[in-house]
Write a protein that binds this ligand. Structure first.
Ligand SMILES: [Zn+2]
Length: 288
């Protein structure tokens, strides 16, 4: 679709322990590819994506929002002036323009921007005209969390969406609209959605926590947050093979340093072929 526009929406940064982020990979290896501070914390973006197709304006993920306690946010060392609303506004959009919100999953740093508190502390839906798409199995996991994930789900992030009748459950893989495909994976969390945007100029995958940062393309580089690491490795391998074959560009939600990359298969396995900003990738492919 020639009129499609892709816009990155930066919603802020937070810090995560590098050991947790890279799982079983020793620090002597990962620190060469992703820097950490003296406390071993790595800086992570919460970079969302707006797919503007004219009649449909689709936002993928919404960042952390601002509802949780100062204490909670201080643990995660939020460290950016960027936020969802300002980034949308400076890109020329109002929350009421958004027709669809696709949530890869419901961990706090992916769906916190869906609801905010007004001056009287009343929870308000940010995107009142939007259907909010969540996989059915992720919703079940959110409603009745296991002992690992209970602490990363917050009820006030999604309950108002459900009550407003704006929650739409995705049951299976497939095209959700003309140009957006959803794949349902289970390694990071049950029912994690991987959105792939197809345009005549190329395909772009919104990696979310499937491949959170560029170094995570290495097959054993699975974060300790993943609930089923062996499935994560298999899912990653299957996807990366396809990404090499079909030249699908990867869009990183969490990589502070790299927005997009194409992948190749070399002597050391999967590696980055070219790095791009989203704008560079879009322009490269449209020949502008
Ligand atoms: Zn997650």
């Amino acid at each position: 679709m020639s009129g499609m526009k892709l816009v990155k929406i930066e919603t802020g940064n937070f810090m995560a322990d590098g050991g947790a982020l890279f799982g079983v990979i020793p620090k002597v290896m990962w620190q060469k590819k992703y820097p950490a501070d003296e406390d071993n914390y790595c800086n992570l973006a919460m970079r969302c994506l707006l797919v503007d197709m004219g009649d449909r304006k689709v936002l993928i993920d919404t960042g952390a929002g601002a509802k949780q306690s100062d204490k909670f946010f201080s643990w995660h060392r939020l460290n950016s002036e960027a936020n969802l609303l300002d980034s949308l506004t400076s890109a020329g959009y109002k929350p009421s323009d958004i027709t669809d919100v696709i949530l890869t999953h419901l961990h706090w740093d992916h769906c916190g921007g869906c609801v905010y508190y007004d001056e009287r502390d009343k929870p308000m839906v940010r995107f009142e005209n939007a259907n909010h798409w969540v996989s059915e199995t992720q919703w079940q996991n959110y409603v009745a969390p296991n002992s690992r994930e209970g602490v990363v789900y917050f009820r006030d992030n999604m309950q108002p969406i459900y009550e407003a009748g704006l929650l739409k459950l995705v049951e299976k893989d497939g095209m959700i609209m003309d140009n957006i495909e959803l794949r349902i994976l289970n390694g990071h969390t049950q029912g994690n959605m991987l959105p792939i945007i197809h345009s005549p100029n190329g395909s772009l995958a919104f990696m979310g926590d499937v491949i959170p940062v560029l170094p995570s393309i290495g097959l054993p580089w699975v974060s300790a947050y993943d609930t089923k690491p062996l499935e994560s490795i298999e899912e990653k391998q299957t996807f990366l093979k396809e990404a090499v074959e079909k030249e699908i560009c990867l869009f990183f939600e969490h990589d502070y340093y790299t927005e997009c990359a194409t992948i190749t298969y070399g002597s050391k396995g999967f590696e980055a072929e070219n790095l791009f900003t989203l704008n560079e990738w879009s322009h490269r492919n449209s020949g502008v």
